[in-house]
Write a protein that binds this ligand. Structure first.
Ligand SMILES: Cc1cc2nc3c(=O)[nH]c(=O)nc-3n(C[C@H](O)[C@H](O)[C@H](O)COP(=O)(O)OP(=O)(O)OC[C@H]3O[C@@H](n4cnc5c(N)ncnc54)[C@H](O)[C@@H]3O)c2cc1C
Length: 402
């Protein structure tokens, strides 16, 4: 079968937050852009539903905030934690100097459909679903397009620029041979949903107990629960059986005792194998990686989506003009990395600090749990809650839509 051939200025592999936002921004800037997404829709398992103040600010700058907030969502103005018997507020977003000083929890598919609807208003935007990038096309050491598959058969796209926004298992970055630094993490996370009752607490909470961490995100009708386990220990946990797992959940959040029985099989519990890494070089002639494809983030702080969006804004700001004129140079692409490397490194450093000083300690504790020093500081000096709020909610070097 002969391949369908398409020619565009920019071809984006991956229709996640990074790819869809960049597609929208480039189309808005008059660039001919094609996003290829391998799935048939955006409806997938939980993969992060947090829209942070920095992303809401970007939506405001695009004139889309009011419409976005008409979609069902829950607002969280503070993150609370329990360390054994110690209750404290970990982050207080209410002081942030932004239009929306809160995290909006919204299903990622609603957010991505919203971006698609608005991007599709620009005649230069195209999204092709069920289209998977499998190879890069190269000429004289320069990436000049991609090869892939689509419902109609093989596909070849020729582009002045290929963007790898295909997530933490990026095929684009693998094919491009870009150098990766693996940073690692001491934990994995089991995600599952449990129904929520009107009498339940309102706030999004992290419960830290001897050897265990349990996160509960208020999603209106249900709790999105994250059970943090030592890395690689899922098989041990499964071997102990589902009733033992349900008991562990109930010990951490006794009010869930009446519905923990909703967990009838392990299939209802999804494993997130936590991976933290980053490319030391995000680009090659004709190609740039952004979002998780450039840096897989730890779930600490739930910042992955927002960093991906920030990368997209920076890439659009720096590359729309060179793309309109022709082919971005490697210097143009290097500017995106230069702009976004510092926020990536500092955010990962902050995540590693929490992973090593708090999470590792809690997961390896076998006796009583004494709150780690940073937690004691937060409990003692309430104004310090503004620091995690700023790092999580706005991040380092926030981007603004041009
Ligand atoms: C279980 C889980 C929970 C998470 N929780 C949070 C959270 O609470 N908050 C948060 O901010 N982040 C969270 N994250 C991380 C967050 O989802 C990512 O950081 C974020 O989605 C990165 O966006 P992205 O666009 O770079 O990549 P992705 O969202 O991974 O998007 C990549 C897209 O590319 C597509 N794709 C992959 N390969 C190809 C290919 N070869 N061809 C075409 N398309 C392809 C994929 O289908 C996908 O749609 C979570 C992740 C997981 C897995």
């Amino acid at each position: 079968m002969t391949a369908a051939k398409i020619s565009v200025q920019c071809c984006i592999a991956g229709g996640g937050p990074a790819g869809m936002m960049l597609g929208l921004l480039l189309a808005r800037a008059g660039v001919d852009v094609l996003v290829l997404e391998k799935h048939a829709d955006f409806l997938r398992d939980f993969r992060g539903d947090t829209i942070h103040p920095s992303t809401l600010e970007v939506m405001h700058e695009l004139g889309l905030l009011d419409d976005l907030l008409k979609l069902p969502h829950q607002k969280t103005r503070e993150l609370n934690g329990y360390f054994g018997g110690l209750a404290l507020t970990i982050a207080d977003f209410s002081h942030l100097p932004v239009r929306c000083p809160y995290i909006a929890f919204m299903p990622q598919w609603d957010f991505l459909n919203f971006l698609d609807t608005h991007a599709s208003r620009y005649p230069t935007f195209r999204l092709k679903m069920q289209s998977e990038v499998t190879e890069l096309s190269e000429e004289n050491g320069r990436v000049v397009g991609i090869k892939g598959t689509s419902p109609e058969g093989p596909l070849e796209v020729r582009a002045s620029l290929v963007i790898g926004a295909d997530g933490r298992h990026s095929i684009v970055r693998a094919r491009a041979g870009l150098p990766v630094v693996e940073i690692g993490a001491p934990m994995d996370v089991l995600w599952f949903g449990l129904s929520r009752c009107p009498a339940d607490p309102e706030t999004t909470t992290g419960r830290f107990d001897v050897g265990r961490i349990f996160i509960m995100l208020n999603r209106g009708a249900y709790w999105q629960c994250g059970f943090v386990i030592p890395k690689g220990s899922v098989e041990n946990l499964r071997a102990k059986g589902l009733p033992a797992f349900r008991d562990s959940v109930t010990q951490l959040a006794p009010f869930l005792a009446d519905r923990v029985g909703e967990l009838q099989e392990w299939n209802a519990i999804k494993l997130l194998t936590v991976k933290v890494d980053r490319l030391t070089q995000w680009y090659r002639a004709g190609l740039l990686c952004i979002g998780d494809a450039a840096h897989a983030m730890s779930p600490v702080g739930g910042v992955g989506i927002n960093l991906a969006i920030q990368d997209a804004v920076a890439a659009a700001n720096l590359l729309a003009e060179p793309l309109r004129k022709g082919q971005p140079t490697t210097e143009d692409l290097g500017r995106v990395q230069q702009r976004r490397m510092l926020p990536t490194r500092l955010t990962q450093r902050m995540q590693l600090f929490i992973q090593n000083r708090v999470i590792r300690r809690v997961l390896s504790s076998t006796d009583t749990l004494t709150p780690p020093f940073p937690v004691k500081l937060l409990a003692r000096f309430p104004f310090l809650r503004r620091i995690p709020a700023r790092l999580i909610g706005i991040g380092v070097r926030p981007e603004h839509v041009r």
